[in-house]
Write a protein that binds this ligand. Structure first.
Ligand SMILES: [Zn+2]
Ligand SMILES: [Zn+2]
Length: 207
């Protein structure tokens, strides 16, 4: 892995742009090209696309795959959805392709492995599902213990045990979406669903 480029006051550039020879810069949790004349200068570049290019060029390796236990970055267990580029976890970003994969395959946002029929989600007071993905009970406990947003959340968050039938994915029952997704081609991260849980559904956690 070559050393990240740096130009004076700018932070080191670790990811090349997919549209030009410049680099991508992370600002406000979004990746954009530092070259103002590039077509990607004013839009958000999906991090998995930029990283895939680095990996294909032999300049980096894929983020840790699915499974347990999770490897540590900055002393924190790596969630499957968090991009790892140049040996560093990009905590503010979500790998869009893995996100879509976890939604359409009913896989865990923390470990990436398949979920049992009843799994756990965390909802806010509007019953919107955090990161619109579910978790194993073990993974929920890990996330609750280690994730700063869950340890001292800025808003009231509630874990619920749910089945796909009880989740609305863009207002459709998730079990129907999962059944339809079986025949779909590989995911691109271009279609991320918004998950909600109707108020009368879901079991509250016993702890
Ligand atoms: Zn560019
Ligand atoms: Zn898990």
């Amino acid at each position: 892995m070559s050393a990240p480029m740096s130009d004076g006051d700018h932070p080191p550039i670790v990811m090349p742009c997919t549209d030009c020879a410049s680099g991508l810069e992370l600002a406000d949790g979004q990746l954009t090209c530092v070259n103002v004349q590039c077509s990607s200068a004013w839009i958000t570049v999906p991090i998995w696309r930029a990283h895939e290019r680095l990996v294909a060029a032999g300049l980096d390796v894929p983020a840790p795959g699915a499974g347990w236990p999770r490897p540590l970055f900055d002393g924190v267990p790596h969630p499957y959805l968090t991009p790892v580029v140049a040996g560093r976890a990009w905590w503010k970003l979500v790998d869009e392709r893995r996100h879509q994969e976890c939604q359409l395959r009913w896989a865990c946002q923390v470990c990436g492995s398949p979920l049992p029929s009843a799994a756990w989600v965390v909802v806010n007071i509007h019953y919107e599902v955090l990161i619109s993905t579910a978790m194993h009970e073990r993974c929920l406990r890990l996330a609750t213990a280690r994730c700063p947003n869950l340890v001292s959340p800025p808003v009231i968050l509630t874990p619920l045990q749910v089945t796909p039938r009880e989740i609305r994915a863009d207002h459709r029952p998730l079990d129907e979406v999962l059944a339809a997704a079986v025949s779909k081609p590989a995911t691109t991260g271009d279609w991320i669903q918004e998950w909600t849980v109707p108020r009368t559904h879901g079991l509250h956690s016993p702890w």
